[in-house]
Design a protein around this ligand. Sequence first.
Ligand code: HEM
Ligand code: NAG
Ligand code: NAG
Ligand code: NAG
Ligand code: NAG
Ligand code: NAG
Ligand code: NAG
Ligand code: NAG
Length: 303
Amino acid sequence: MMKVIVFAVTFTVATATFKPHHHHHFIPPGPGDSRSPCPALNALANHGYLPRNGLDWNATEVVQTLKDVYNVDPSLGSGLALAAVFLTGNTSTQSFSLGEYSGKEAVSGGIGLSHHNRIEHDASLSRADAFTGDNHSFNATMYCNLKRIAAKLNGGAFNTDVLSLHRFNQYQASKVNPDFTFGPIQWFLGYGEAALSLNVFGKNNTATAAAFDSFFAKERIPDDFIKNSIALTPKILFLSALEVYNKNPVPIQGIDTLPQKLDGSECFILKLIQGTFPDAAQDLINYIANNTGRDLPANCTVV
Ligand code: HEM
Ligand SMILES: *[C@@H]1O[C@H](CO)[C@@H](O)[C@H](O)[C@H]1NC(C)=O
Ligand SMILES: *[C@@H]1O[C@H](CO)[C@@H](O)[C@H](O)[C@H]1NC(C)=O
Ligand SMILES: *[C@@H]1O[C@H](CO)[C@@H](O)[C@H](O)[C@H]1NC(C)=O
Ligand SMILES: *[C@@H]1O[C@H](CO)[C@@H](O)[C@H](O)[C@H]1NC(C)=O
Ligand SMILES: *[C@@H]1O[C@H](CO)[C@@H](O)[C@H](O)[C@H]1NC(C)=O
Ligand SMILES: *[C@@H]1O[C@H](CO)[C@@H](O)[C@H](O)[C@H]1NC(C)=O
Ligand SMILES: *[C@@H]1O[C@H](CO)[C@@H](O)[C@H](O)[C@H]1NC(C)=O
């Protein structure tokens, strides 16, 4: 009952004060525009918050835009943007591109975010595996499965129960692929993305059907969207991701168990990345240390 009242109040405030995307109208991608498997970045491109062609996005500007539009805390935004730069982008220009590039296309933003098993991974919420074919476009069948679970468990709205069961099902469907990959890095990404969706397009781990339909299916920021007043930090994201995971845990390749309690989410994330991409992780650690003045504790451990 309390929850209903909270939502009703929020909605009234939102409709009274929100001007939908002044100067940032939604325009679907046209020929020559590159898009990624990330609905949130695609939406930023579709609204022109970042270059609509999806190419050569400047990491500094991405971090600022994630803060301005979605209220993603820069401590989280810079981790994501730098991972994109170091794993799929161009370290000399500190930029990355949506899409997939193999040769000498006219971009300098690296190999692209769709590149399989860098950030793009198997068992996504709404994208097929690279093994199946299209690893980056919205897949309506998968999204309908997610909506069916929401209808059954939570009256059509999305929460950690709903995302958890869908993640579990997607894992079961994907594990038959001969090249199925779901190690610590994919754990972090897969569950982190579920948590991002709930905490950017919803709040407190709950999102409405209308918000998710707009975000996932149209890659359009909902007209009545109002960013959360509390910035989304790595810690909030982690607790949410763990909640999604712990409700329906799945095996993680290469490690026995996941910690139930985390000591220093930054260390944990970097250790995950380091296990999979040793070189990129070391650059990333150096970069963070150089640019924030913070040294990561050498002994950072997961308890
Ligand atoms: C610089 C920041 C970001 C980068 C580089 C990034 C990159 C990516 C990539 C490469 C994927 C594809 C993973 C896969 O194979 O499923 C992805 C998925 C996703 N991202 Fe992002 N992302 C960023 C920020 C965000 C933010 C702020 C949100 C907030 C809602 C978000 C929400 C999602 C969701 C929900 C998915 C899962 C899509 C699915 O599984 O169908 N991302 N992201
Ligand atoms: C990236 O954007 C920042 C902030 O606007 C700017 O200072 C920097 O020069 C840009 N980097 C490149 C390589 O364009
Ligand atoms: C990175 O950008 C520089 C400068 O534009 C360019 O010369 C180089 O080819 C780019 N590298 C990649 C991997 O895209
Ligand atoms: C992922 O999708 C991109 C874009 O369509 C495609 O170029 C690439 O080959 C796909 N990756 C794999 C491993 O199939
Ligand atoms: C979309 O997902 C369904 C269900 O997993 C799958 O059967 C279908 O091949 C996918 N479509 C594409 C184009 O990959
Ligand atoms: C967040 O959700 C939890 C669990 O549904 C609930 O107990 C709590 O009161 C909510 N907090 C806020 C601030 O709405
Ligand atoms: C970090 O700073 C050190 C010392 O100034 C420098 O050698 C190194 O290239 C920097 N690394 C990155 C990734 O910025
Ligand atoms: C890591 O080092 C710091 C400072 O040197 C110390 O306070 C902390 O207890 C150490 N943590 C562990 C888990 O050993």
